[in-house]
Design a protein around this ligand. Sequence first.
Ligand SMILES: [Zn+2]
Length: 237
Amino acid sequence: MASPSQTLASLHQLQLRLKEVQDEIARGPRHVQVRRTQVQKREAELGESRDRLKQQKVLADQKNLQLKTNEAKIADLRTKLNVAASNREYEIITGQIAADTMANSVLEDEILEALTKVDQFQIEMKQAEEKVKQAEDELKQIIAQVEAKEPGLKEQETSLKASVAKVEMDLPSDIMPQYRRTAQALGADALAAVENKVCTSCYVQLTSQRMVELRSGKLIFCTCGRLMYLPKSETEN
Ligand SMILES: [Zn+2]
Protein backbone atom coordinates (compact mmCIF):
# COMPACT_ATOMS: atom_id res chain seq x y z
CA MET A 1 0.00 0.00 0.00
CA ALA A 2 1.48 3.33 -1.09
CA SER A 3 1.60 6.17 1.43
CA PRO A 4 -0.69 9.13 0.70
CA SER A 5 2.36 11.22 -0.21
CA GLN A 6 3.55 8.59 -2.68
CA THR A 7 0.11 8.42 -4.22
CA LEU A 8 -0.04 12.21 -4.55
CA ALA A 9 3.53 12.40 -5.88
CA SER A 10 2.80 9.93 -8.65
CA LEU A 11 -0.54 11.62 -9.35
CA HIS A 12 1.25 14.94 -9.70
CA GLN A 13 3.82 13.44 -12.07
CA LEU A 14 1.04 12.01 -14.21
CA GLN A 15 -0.83 15.32 -14.26
CA LEU A 16 2.29 17.26 -15.23
CA ARG A 17 3.05 14.78 -18.00
CA LEU A 18 -0.57 14.98 -19.19
CA LYS A 19 -0.34 18.76 -19.29
CA GLU A 20 2.89 18.57 -21.34
CA VAL A 21 1.22 16.25 -23.83
CA GLN A 22 -1.88 18.47 -24.05
CA ASP A 23 0.26 21.57 -24.52
CA GLU A 24 2.11 19.86 -27.34
CA ILE A 25 -1.17 18.87 -29.00
CA ALA A 26 -2.28 22.51 -28.80
CA ARG A 27 1.01 23.79 -30.22
CA GLY A 28 0.62 21.85 -33.50
CA PRO A 29 -2.23 23.89 -35.01
CA ARG A 30 -0.58 27.12 -33.84
CA HIS A 31 2.62 26.26 -35.71
CA VAL A 32 0.60 25.42 -38.82
CA GLN A 33 -1.21 28.76 -38.56
CA VAL A 34 2.07 30.68 -38.36
CA ARG A 35 3.26 29.01 -41.59
CA ARG A 36 -0.09 29.56 -43.28
CA THR A 37 0.07 33.27 -42.51
CA GLN A 38 3.58 33.32 -43.98
CA VAL A 39 2.29 31.78 -47.23
CA GLN A 40 -0.47 34.41 -47.43
CA LYS A 41 2.06 37.18 -46.89
CA ARG A 42 4.34 35.84 -49.64
CA GLU A 43 1.37 35.48 -52.00
CA ALA A 44 0.40 39.10 -51.40
CA GLU A 45 3.97 40.17 -52.17
CA LEU A 46 3.89 38.14 -55.39
CA GLY A 47 0.63 39.83 -56.37
CA GLU A 48 2.20 43.25 -55.89
CA SER A 49 5.23 42.18 -57.88
CA ARG A 50 3.02 40.97 -60.78
CA ASP A 51 1.07 44.25 -60.81
CA ARG A 52 4.26 46.27 -60.86
CA LEU A 53 5.58 44.28 -63.83
CA LYS A 54 2.29 44.58 -65.70
CA GLN A 55 2.15 48.35 -65.22
CA GLN A 56 5.74 48.71 -66.37
CA LYS A 57 5.03 46.68 -69.52
CA VAL A 58 2.02 48.90 -70.28
CA LEU A 59 4.18 51.99 -69.83
CA ALA A 60 6.86 50.62 -72.20
CA ASP A 61 4.21 49.73 -74.79
CA GLN A 62 2.66 53.19 -74.60
CA LYS A 63 6.01 54.86 -75.17
CA ASN A 64 6.74 52.52 -78.06
CA LEU A 65 3.45 53.36 -79.67
CA GLN A 66 4.13 57.06 -79.23
CA LEU A 67 7.54 56.60 -80.90
CA LYS A 68 5.95 54.84 -83.90
CA THR A 69 3.33 57.59 -84.21
CA ASN A 70 6.04 60.25 -84.15
CA GLU A 71 8.10 58.36 -86.75
CA ALA A 72 5.08 58.21 -89.07
CA LYS A 73 4.56 61.93 -88.52
CA ILE A 74 8.21 62.65 -89.41
CA ALA A 75 7.91 60.55 -92.59
CA ASP A 76 4.81 62.50 -93.48
CA LEU A 77 6.60 65.82 -92.88
CA ARG A 78 9.47 64.70 -95.13
CA THR A 79 6.99 64.09 -97.96
CA LYS A 80 5.53 67.55 -97.39
CA LEU A 81 9.04 69.00 -97.39
CA ASN A 82 9.60 67.71 -100.94
CA VAL A 83 6.59 69.58 -102.20
CA ALA A 84 7.02 72.76 -100.16
CA ALA A 85 5.65 75.73 -102.10
CA SER A 86 7.79 78.40 -100.45
CA ASN A 87 10.97 78.93 -98.47
CA ARG A 88 8.84 79.92 -95.51
CA GLU A 89 6.90 76.66 -95.64
CA TYR A 90 10.16 74.71 -96.07
CA GLU A 91 11.62 76.33 -92.94
CA ILE A 92 8.53 75.60 -90.84
CA ILE A 93 8.48 71.93 -91.87
CA THR A 94 12.24 71.57 -91.26
CA GLY A 95 11.74 73.01 -87.78
CA GLN A 96 8.95 70.55 -87.04
CA ILE A 97 11.04 67.62 -88.22
CA ALA A 98 13.93 68.72 -86.00
CA ALA A 99 11.64 69.08 -82.97
CA ASP A 100 9.99 65.69 -83.53
CA THR A 101 13.36 63.99 -84.06
CA MET A 102 14.57 65.46 -80.78
CA ALA A 103 11.40 64.28 -79.01
CA ASN A 104 11.91 60.79 -80.40
CA SER A 105 15.49 60.68 -79.19
CA VAL A 106 14.23 61.42 -75.67
CA LEU A 107 11.49 58.80 -76.10
CA GLU A 108 14.01 56.17 -77.19
CA ASP A 109 15.98 56.75 -73.98
CA GLU A 110 12.80 56.48 -71.95
CA ILE A 111 11.83 53.24 -73.71
CA LEU A 112 15.23 51.74 -72.99
CA GLU A 113 14.86 52.71 -69.34
CA ALA A 114 11.33 51.27 -69.20
CA LEU A 115 12.48 47.98 -70.74
CA THR A 116 15.38 47.72 -68.29
CA LYS A 117 12.85 48.08 -65.49
CA VAL A 118 10.64 45.42 -67.10
CA ASP A 119 13.61 43.03 -66.99
CA GLN A 120 14.34 43.92 -63.38
CA PHE A 121 10.70 43.51 -62.30
CA GLN A 122 10.59 40.19 -64.11
CA ILE A 123 13.52 38.94 -62.03
CA GLU A 124 11.87 40.24 -58.87
CA MET A 125 8.65 38.45 -59.75
CA LYS A 126 10.51 35.17 -60.24
CA GLN A 127 12.10 35.65 -56.82
CA ALA A 128 8.67 36.34 -55.30
CA GLU A 129 7.37 33.13 -56.92
CA GLU A 130 10.26 31.21 -55.40
CA LYS A 131 9.48 32.61 -51.98
CA VAL A 132 5.83 31.56 -52.27
CA LYS A 133 6.91 28.06 -53.23
CA GLN A 134 9.35 27.91 -50.33
CA ALA A 135 6.68 29.07 -47.86
CA GLU A 136 4.25 26.49 -49.26
CA ASP A 137 6.84 23.74 -48.87
CA GLU A 138 7.46 24.77 -45.28
CA LEU A 139 3.71 24.74 -44.61
CA LYS A 140 3.38 21.25 -46.10
CA GLN A 141 6.30 20.07 -43.99
CA ILE A 142 4.88 21.38 -40.73
CA ILE A 143 1.41 19.97 -41.52
CA ALA A 144 2.99 16.57 -42.18
CA GLN A 145 4.98 16.78 -38.94
CA VAL A 146 1.93 17.75 -36.88
CA GLU A 147 -0.23 15.06 -38.50
CA ALA A 148 2.44 12.42 -37.96
CA LYS A 149 2.80 13.25 -34.27
CA GLU A 150 -0.87 13.76 -33.43
CA PRO A 151 -2.08 10.15 -33.17
CA GLY A 152 0.75 9.26 -30.78
CA LEU A 153 0.11 12.32 -28.65
CA LYS A 154 -3.64 11.65 -28.51
CA GLU A 155 -2.91 8.10 -27.49
CA GLN A 156 -0.60 9.30 -24.71
CA GLU A 157 -3.26 11.78 -23.61
CA THR A 158 -5.92 9.08 -23.37
CA SER A 159 -3.62 6.72 -21.51
CA LEU A 160 -2.44 9.43 -19.08
CA LYS A 161 -6.01 10.55 -18.41
CA ALA A 162 -6.89 6.96 -17.57
CA SER A 163 -3.87 6.69 -15.26
CA VAL A 164 -4.78 9.95 -13.52
CA ALA A 165 -8.34 8.75 -12.99
CA LYS A 166 -7.09 5.44 -11.65
CA VAL A 167 -4.75 7.06 -9.10
CA GLU A 168 -7.46 9.54 -8.10
CA MET A 169 -9.60 6.60 -7.05
CA ASP A 170 -7.05 5.91 -4.30
CA LEU A 171 -7.69 9.33 -2.76
CA PRO A 172 -9.91 9.31 0.36
CA SER A 173 -13.47 10.30 -0.51
CA ASP A 174 -13.65 13.04 2.18
CA ILE A 175 -11.10 15.20 0.41
CA MET A 176 -12.52 14.63 -3.07
CA PRO A 177 -14.91 17.61 -3.26
CA GLN A 178 -12.17 20.08 -2.41
CA TYR A 179 -9.65 18.24 -4.59
CA ARG A 180 -12.06 18.34 -7.56
CA ARG A 181 -12.65 22.06 -7.13
CA THR A 182 -8.92 22.74 -6.99
CA ALA A 183 -8.20 20.48 -9.97
CA GLN A 184 -10.97 22.22 -11.92
CA ALA A 185 -9.41 25.61 -11.24
CA LEU A 186 -5.71 24.80 -11.38
CA GLY A 187 -5.42 21.70 -13.55
CA ALA A 188 -2.02 20.05 -13.18
CA ASP A 189 -1.16 22.71 -10.62
CA ALA A 190 -3.67 21.40 -8.05
CA LEU A 191 -0.98 19.49 -6.20
CA ALA A 192 2.10 20.95 -4.57
CA ALA A 193 5.23 19.29 -3.28
CA VAL A 194 6.59 20.42 0.08
CA GLU A 195 10.33 20.85 0.11
CA ASN A 196 12.38 22.14 3.05
CA LYS A 197 9.09 22.68 4.90
CA VAL A 198 7.91 25.10 2.23
CA CYS A 199 5.00 24.72 -0.23
CA THR A 200 6.77 24.80 -3.61
CA SER A 201 3.82 26.63 -5.18
CA CYS A 202 3.28 29.55 -2.83
CA TYR A 203 6.47 29.38 -0.73
CA VAL A 204 4.60 29.55 2.57
CA GLN A 205 6.46 27.77 5.35
CA LEU A 206 4.66 24.98 7.17
CA THR A 207 4.58 24.79 10.96
CA SER A 208 6.27 21.85 12.69
CA GLN A 209 2.80 20.60 13.58
CA ARG A 210 1.78 20.62 9.91
CA MET A 211 4.96 18.76 8.99
CA VAL A 212 4.25 16.09 11.57
CA GLU A 213 0.73 15.70 10.20
CA LEU A 214 1.97 15.49 6.63
CA ARG A 215 4.56 12.85 7.56
CA SER A 216 1.94 10.85 9.40
CA GLY A 217 0.01 10.61 6.13
CA LYS A 218 -2.66 13.23 6.69
CA LEU A 219 -3.90 14.94 3.55
CA ILE A 220 -3.64 18.69 3.93
CA PHE A 221 -4.55 21.54 1.62
CA CYS A 222 -2.14 24.48 1.69
CA THR A 223 -3.43 28.00 2.34
CA CYS A 224 -2.89 28.55 -1.41
CA GLY A 225 -5.52 25.86 -2.01
CA ARG A 226 -3.26 23.10 -3.30
CA LEU A 227 -3.17 19.59 -1.92
CA MET A 228 0.29 19.07 -0.42
CA TYR A 229 2.55 16.05 -0.50
CA LEU A 230 6.08 15.16 0.53
CA PRO A 231 8.30 14.00 -2.32
CA LYS A 232 10.30 10.84 -1.60
CA SER A 233 13.46 12.84 -0.84
CA GLU A 234 11.66 14.69 1.97
CA THR A 235 9.97 11.82 3.74
CA GLU A 236 13.08 10.58 5.50
CA ASN A 237 14.09 13.93 7.05
ZN1 LIG B 1 0.90 26.66 -1.08
